[in-house]
Design a binder for this molecule. Structure first.
Ligand SMILES: Nc1ncnc2c1ncn2[C@@H]1O[C@H](COP(=O)(O)OP(=O)(O)OP(=O)(O)O)[C@@H](O)[C@H]1O
Ligand SMILES: [Mg+2]
Length: 371
């Protein structure tokens, strides 16, 4: 591949058909060892008339400073609800966070008052939404909207506030930011609008940014430029990013580690190369089925045989077992498989029905059941 890995923005096109093993495609990883966010046993349920939907059913993960953690999984697997839970933005009712901890800056966000949480939201942790038009209000200027975010968290006013707005716009590479600040959203291009949303996202110097499918509404060239920008900001600011996507091409370029979600649980977590090259869980294998090696072509997720389970009627045990190509063992339908660290930093939800190398790791299973 004739790719000169340089930091020039804009131009280069990233088609998901030609993505290579290039975890540094958008610039070097800035990952460090310092954990900035830790999610423990998060559980979020929705009450519906069919029963309780366990949208998030005991999710644990962490994000390190400067790291990008990818979250992948089929539609409905609980990726967005997990993200909303971290921000405490789950619509209640029908939703409710029933258990877990979200540790950021030394405290549990789930214990904060709504008022304290308002400070944290868009401050220490912020979320970049998918559609920039939706995130921006058409009747206010860019300065107004970026300023609003800064005002809340940094208590600036007047010229100091305006300077900070221009500074944020410059950080996301908006040309002539002093002038553009007075524009309305419709006067900007799609890519610029996305950058403005990015400017709002970073204006408060958050420790963690959650990007939920942030590029799906962008065309491929703008997408590449935007992702490269996110990466640059990450390097400059050391922010940890949770990156939710369906696109494995993007995962390969952006993410340091990847968590695979199925039916509200994490079934496998590892560094990006391990996920692509040595996945253990049958679901992970199926997800990347058409992309066996990072070196080869990647694309969008292929269809997997069978349907995801109905989340209001989950089996107690391994939710993937009925779809797995391996032999189904009745005990796996009953016993919830634990997430086990099988190699350093490689965790898998270990069950006979879903992990073909089960025997190799069986000794790591907690001995709570009788043979
Ligand atoms: N307000 C709600 N009421 C009832 N159920 C909900 C609500 N919001 C989400 N859910 C359910 O929670 C589950 C997880 O949804 P979530 O939006 O997290 O999926 P996702 O992994 O983000 O999917 P996608 O890839 O399509 O964005 C789904 O079964 C969904 O139907
Ligand atoms: Mg979603």
């Amino acid at each position: 591949m004739a790719e000169t890995s340089d930091t020039t923005v804009e131009e280069k096109e990233v088609s998901s058909e030609t993505v290579s093993v290039d975890t540094d495609g958008f610039g070097d990883s800035a990952a460090s060892e310092q954990v900035v966010l830790e999610v423990k046993n998060l559980q979020t349920h929705f009450t519906t008339r069919w029963g309780t939907v366990k949208a998030v059913d005991g999710v644990s993960y962490h994000v390190k400073r400067g790291e990008t953690l990818g979250i992948v999984g089929e539609s409905g697997s609980g990726k967005s609800v997990t993200a909303l839970s971290l921000m405490r933005l789950v619509p209640t009712p029908p939703g409710r966070i029933v258990d877990g901890e979200v540790i950021l800056g030394g405290r549990d966000l789930l214990e904060l008052s709504e008022r304290q949480m308002t400070e944290v939201r868009g401050g220490e942790i912020s979320m970049i939404l998918q559609d920039p038009m939706q995130a921006l209000n058409p009747v206010f200027t860019i300065a107004n909207q970026v300023g609003e975010a800064i005002k809340i968290h940094q208590k600036l006013k007047g010229q100091a506030l305006l300077d900070k707005v221009v500074d944020s716009l410059r950080k996301v590479r908006i040309p002539a930011p002093e002038v553009r600040a007075n524009d309305y959203p419709h006067q900007l291009s799609g890519g610029m609008r996305q950058r403005v949303v990015g400017a709002i996202g970073i204006s408060s110097a958050p420790a963690v940014i959650i990007a939920d499918e942030p590029t799906t509404s962008l065309d491929v060239t703008i997408q590449a430029a935007y992702l490269r920008l996110l990466r640059q900001i990450q390097q400059e600011e050391g922010v940890g990013i949770i990156f939710i996507t369906h696109d494995f091409g993007i995962v390969a370029k952006m993410c340091d580690r990847v968590a695979v979600m199925y039916a509200g649980r994490i079934v496998e977590v590892a560094d990006v190369r391990t996920i692509f090259n040595d996945p253990l869980h049958e679901y992970t294998k199926a997800l990347i089925g058409s992309v066996p090696k990072l070196e080869e072509k990647t694309g969008r997720l292929p269809q997997i045989e069978g349907q995801p389970p109905l989340l209001y009627n989950l089996p107690a045990g391994d939710a993937f077992a009925p779809r797995s190509t391996l032999t189904f063992t009745p005990e796996d339908a009953e016993r919830r498989p634990p997430l086990i660290e099988v190699e350093k930093d490689h965790w898998v939800q270990l069950s006979k029905s879903s992990v073909s190398e089960y025997d190799k790791y069986a000794h790591l299973m907690p001995a709570e059941d009788d043979e």
